[in-house]
Structure formats: C-alpha cells, structure tokens
Ligand binder design. Structure first.
Ligand code: PLP
Length: 374
C-alpha cells in the first residue's frame, strides 16, 4: 500500500484545506471508486441526465441555485471549465484580458485556446491589489490592439488571497461589451458566491480545492445566453456537448462532490467566522514580526506572509532554508512548501481555535529556539 504519513497532520496548505473530504464523501469514495461507476445508471448518454444517483437534480437544480446562475455544469476541474469558455469564445487574433494575479492555469488555458493575453497589473508591495481602475485601463489599451473576447478576474487569487472589487470590475466589462469570467476556485464552497449579484457572465469553481470533493472536478456556472455557445453540441453525436467532450466527471469525483454538498452549503454560512479566524491569526503573526501582505484587514483564509526573521535564521542554520519545513513537520504541521522561509502562504480554513493557537505557538517556539526574541 502507498502510505501518506501527512494525512493526520494539521494542514495549513491553502491548496488542501477546503478539499478535505467529509465523512459522507469518504464513504461514497469507497462505494463509487470503480471506474465509470456512475455510468451503470446512464440511460441517455449524458452524465448530467443521470437520475439515480441524483446527478440530474444536482447539475440542473442544486448547482445553479448554489452559484445563483442560470445554467451549470460539472467539468474535470476549474481549469477545464475556464478552457471550455475560452475555447468557445476564441476568435482568430482575439484577446483575453486577465488580472496579473491570475492562476497559471488561466494563462495556460488561454494559450491553449489560441488567445492573445493582456494582463491587468497589480499594485506594488505590500498589497498587490487588482483595482477596477487598472482593469479599465488594460481593457482600453487592449481594445486598440484587437477584439477582446473575454475578461477574467481571479476571486480571490491563490497567492495573496485578495478579493478584488468584482462588482465594479463586472460593471466596467459590461460597459466595454466584454463578457467576464470570475475564477472563484478559492471562493465557491468556502464563501457565498452569486453570479447574479456580481453580474458577470461565467463563474468557475474547483471541487477538490474548495468543495470537499476528491476531484479532480470543477463547476461552471453561466448566464442563459451563453449556454447555446459554450454548451453547443456535436454535429454527429447530437446529445454530446462539445466543450465537455461529451461527459466530464464520470465516477467517484462527482459522487464525492455531491456527498459533501449538504455540508458545503452549510459551511459557507460560517464564512464570517473563517475571516475572523484568519484575521486573528494574521494579527498574532504580526506581533511576532511576520508581516501579512495583500488585503488588510484580510478577507480570506488564504494569507501571504513576509518573514524577515525566519529568513535571517535560514541564512545561519546548518541545513539552511529547509529548517522551517522540518520544524513544522516535527510538530505535525503540514503545508508550507519545503525551502520557503521569507515569503510563504498558508490557510487557516477549517482549523479549530485550538489548532490555530497550536500553529501560532509553533511559530513562536521556532523563533525563540533560534534566538529571535519576540
Ligand atoms: C487551484 C486554482 C485553480 C486550479 O483549479 P483546478 O480545479 O485544479 O483546475 C485555478 N484557479 C485558481 C485561482 C486556483 O487557486
């Protein structure tokens, strides 16, 4: 058997805190782990039309309601959802405008779709924000170069956990007549997200990132008018949606997503508590001389830190910059990348108050051990 010894550690890896399975999902994973398991129940050749288990109800009723949009689908990940939209809107010599804090997969999806890419610059250290003003400026400049087929905003971004003013950005895009995709991989399943309230065109989420699913699985929500373009069908196989290559999450991935969904719907109601916990954590880190960058006060569990004191230690200790990883591992804390000391990100999502204090105490102990008085 392959072992994973970090399984029972306190996990502060932003990538993983929102993707931990619920008990229901863990059971469902064992039950539905066989390849193509859901296809036992397929009668129409369409994944989203399977009635039992209730995939039809999930995709056509529960998910659009949750995302507050007209039409929804599951994909094999957030990136596949973004690519499906980009590929269907792409034109020869067309442009996409996206924020500079965008995830690499947004960039790569746009490249694969053959789009020219213009980036909206972020503000400088320490906030790294994407402002509506800069978004408008980039749209204005890019418009002169060619047709802008799509804009993308990352909400929040995966580096700083910044939540840009997406309502204002959506309004600007509308004024320019450019559809907007909101990449909410770090939001959907953690905090309430409503496509209707944002008034954008597309919204994308990640099941394994933020919806307690094993994945890989993504969710895509859109306005009704886009469905005929993005969900257009094959000429030959009349019921198969082209951009989804027919069927997407065909097995345990969608079942774990559905099994966790009741819990996910409840947990987003406790988002304010998560933000409060993150702010508490950040304030305690700052007391130790570790600076939180990005939005401040912070509005998300993903936080980016700047630690000159840990960096100074790394220059002096024997095994150098891996000391922080080792010290945290010795305390059964997982999630800061090996070798990082000066700049790193972490997440407090789903941690109990005791666990938060345990992690804070670990940082205090480490600083003390290496003679950085706090
Ligand atoms: C994690 C992440 C993704 C990738 O999600 P997948 O579902 O694995 O494709 C995309 N965008 C952002 C902002 C992310 O943080």
């Amino acid at each position: 058997m392959f072992k994973r010894d970090t399984k029972d550690f306190i996990n502060i890896d932003p990538l993983q805190t929102g993707g931990k399975l619920t008990e229901e999902a863990r059971k469902a994973l064992a039950e539905w782990g066989d390849g193509y398991s859901v296809c036992d129940f397929c009668t129409t050749g369409r994944l989203d039309e399977i009635k039992t288990p209730p995939i039809f109800d999930f995709v056509h009723h529960q998910l659009p309601e949750f995302l507050d949009c007209d039409v929804a689908r599951v994909t094999n990940g957030a990136r596949e959802a973004k690519f499906a939209v980009m590929h269907s809107l792409a034109r020869k010599d067309g442009w996409i405008v996206m924020d500079e804090n965008a995830h690499y997969s947004s960039y790569v999806a746009a490249e694969r779709a053959g789009l020219n890419i213009a980036l909206v610059p972020k503000t400088d250290y320490p906030e790294y924000r994407i402002t509506p003003e800069n978004f408008a400026k980039t749209l204005e400049e890019t418009k002169k170069k060619g047709e802008i087929v799509l804009a993308l905003i990352t909400y929040p971004d995966g580096n700083y956990g910044n939540l840009p003013d997406v309502v204002s950005i959506a309004k600007i895009c509308e004024e320019y007549g450019v559809p907007l995709l909101v990449n909410a991989a770090y939001a959907i399943g953690r905090m309430p997200v409503s496509l209707r309230k944002i008034n954008a065109d597309f919204v994308v989420g990640s099941g394994h990132k933020s919806m307690a699913a094993s994945g890989p699985i993504g969710v895509l929500g859109m306005r009704e008018d886009w469905a005929k373009i993005v969900l257009r069908r094959s000429e030959k196989y009349r019921n198969k949606e082209l951009e989804l290559l027919g069927c997407t999450a065909r097995g345990a991935t969608i079942i774990t997503l559905m099994a966790s969904f009741p819990h996910v719907k409840e947990r987003i109601k406790r988002w304010d508590g998560e933000v409060e916990k993150a702010r508490y954590f950040a304030s305690k880190m700052e007391e130790m001389g570790i600076k939180q960058l990005g939005d401040k006060p912070h509005n998300h569990d993903l936080m980016f830190f700047h630690a000159e004191n840990l960096y100074e230690i790394s220059k002096k200790v024997k095994k150098g910059r891996f000391f922080l990883y080792r010290e945290l591992k010795a305390r059964r804390i997982h999630g800061i990348k090996p070798g990082l000391t000066r700049y790193f990100k972490l997440s407090t999502y789903g941690l109990s108050r005791e666990e938060v204090d345990y992690v804070l105490n670990a940082f205090a102990e480490i600083l003390e051990k290496y003679g950085q008085n706090i």
